[in-house]
Design a protein around this ligand. Structure first.
Ligand code: C5P
Length: 239
């Protein structure tokens, strides 16, 4: 695991905003010693690498959530480009296959200095059994998650994005050092919104999650830093 991944806070705040100004305004209300931040497709497509640079200048480590999925050489080059931006975590789709993941791993390993954690997305939580059937996958979603997580593990990924419900099973199957990154986290009393299968931060950590992606419960709070501190206090009580 990279040095930075040892930092104590498991919270990654999703900066799901359409502009850099809004993302930085929220980042300024957070604390880089208490969380990392996630930049996704909308923000990155609108703002580009400058938003990552700006977040780094504020002291945040960045999960660049662009879910690359392409032929092996193209995916690997995109992963290297992300690494050159100095991000802490980057991801690809496990359904891109073993060759794609291994090529990305190998190219990343050629780099000197700190490298991002390379994480694979298994099955998007928006995909139900019928959606998988439509694309020719007859397996139940949870079986497909296991299959892709095993493939990601064999292909040298540092971990997977999965729902907290799957964390315990994957932790048992894939061992302690495989990083499990889980969205769908709702602190007690928070609005559920459009998330389907949720867990509290404490439940997710107990199930084996290493990093908890939390968006709206923090970013839409009147006092985001207070919610962040409350979540961390809840987790501290676990140990
Ligand atoms: O606001 P909320 O806490 O629901 O945000 C969760 C974040 O995690 C969003 O950026 C969302 O796109 C992302 N995510 C997710 N479920 C997945 C993968 C990513 O909610 N399976």
């Amino acid at each position: 695991m990279s040095e930075v991944a040892k930092k104590s806070s498991p919270i990654v705040v999703a900066l799901d905003y359409p502009s850099m100004d809004q993302a930085l305004a929220m980042a300024n209300r957070l604390d880089p010693t208490l969380c990392r931040v996630k930049v996704g497709k909308e923000l990155f497509t609108r703002s580009g690498p400058v938003v990552v640079d700006a977040l780094h200048r504020l002291g945040f480590e960045v999960f660049l959530d662009l879910k690359f999925h392409d032929i092996p050489s193209t995916t690997a080059k995109a992963v290297v480009a992300a690494a050159e931006m100095g991000v802490w975590m980057v991801n690809v789709h496990a359904s891109g296959g073993q060759k794609m993941m291994e090529t990305a791993r190998n190219e990343l390993d050629k780099m000197v200095g700190p490298r991002p954690l390379l994480i694979a997305v298994t099955v998007l939580t928006s995909m139900l059994a019928d959606d998988l059937k439509q694309i020719g996958v007859q397996a139940a979603p949870e079986d497909q998650v296991q299959r892709l997580a095993r493939l990601a593990h064999q292909s040298g990924m540092d971990g997977v994005v999965c729902s907290a419900q799957e964390a315990q099973m994957l932790r048992c199957q894939l061992g302690g050092s495989f990083q499990l990154v889980t969205p769908g986290i709702r602190p007690v009393g928070a609005e559920v919104g459009d998330q389907q299968r949720i867990m509290t931060p404490a439940q997710a950590v107990q199930a084996g999650s290493d990093f908890l992606v939390v968006g709206r419960p923090i970013t839409r709070a009147a006092e985001p830093i207070t919610v962040l501190q409350q979540v961390l206090a809840e987790l501290k009580n676990l140990v």
